[in-house]
Write a protein that binds this ligand. Structure first.
Ligand SMILES: [Mg+2]
Length: 209
């Protein structure tokens, strides 16, 4: 990230997941913790849990495509309970969700170079806004875990915007909060489809990490 050109840049729009930290290892640890809970407390076989999680997640993605809640671990877990218990089990769903995110957050740390980049950008007086797909509550918990308030000014989540990247309103809302125009910004993210094409469609420079 340290070679991203910042001359004439007034503001940076930043993706969060898999841009500031590595997503996969956090997810894997979180998912395994959920499987252990399901096995030890609810006597579920790992293979049943895995099949129900996949089916539940796919159904939530399909029903809520394009909305922040399409990634809701609480809704995935609700579906898992309905598939495996043949009824909604809110206690199971809430315990799985809490276990998932608690473990996920415990495993989160900045990718190499990221914090040095944020310190450098902040020292240049550049304003920054997180532009991220998912619900506000968990993205705020991630913000607190990484203590992003030391560097970042604003958050835009797709729950708040009512649309996900590459939808224009995600980027427009961020620019409005920052008080900047497209030509004064750069977007940094790991998704060509969401972050790069979404930003470039509005005339915002974009950098793929
Ligand atoms: Mg990402």
């Amino acid at each position: 990230m340290n070679h991203i050109p910042l001359s004439n840049i007034k503001a940076i729009l930043l993706d969060l997941d898999d841009t500031l930290y590595a997503y996969k290892s956090c997810h894997q640890a979180a998912y395994e913790a959920c499987m252990i809970l399901a096995s030890e407390k609810y006597n579920l076989f790992n293979s049943d849990f895995e099949a129900a999680w996949k089916a539940g997640r796919d159904k939530v993605h399909q029903d809520l495509h394009g909305q922040g809640a399409s990634h809701s671990r609480l809704l995935y877990a609700q579906k898992v309970s309905e598939i495996l218990f043949d009824k909604t089990n809110p206690q199971f769903a809430l315990e799985i969700e809490e276990t998932y995110w608690r473990t996920f957050l415990n495993n989160m740390k900045f990718k190499p170079e990221v914090e040095a980049f944020l310190i450098d950008a902040k020292s240049k007086g550049i304003k920054m806004c997180i532009v991220t797909d998912l619900t506000a509550q968990i993205q705020m918990r991630k913000w607190l875990k990484l203590d992003l308030g030391r560097y970042i000014d604003f958050l835009v989540s797709s729950e708040e915007a009512g649309i996900e990247k590459p939808g224009a309103y995600m980027f427009e809302l961020a620019m409005k909060k920052l008080g900047v125009k497209a030509e004064e910004c750069i977007m940094i993210g790991d998704s060509e489809e969401k972050d790069i094409k979404g930003a470039e469609a509005l005339g915002i420079k974009a950098y793929l990490v």
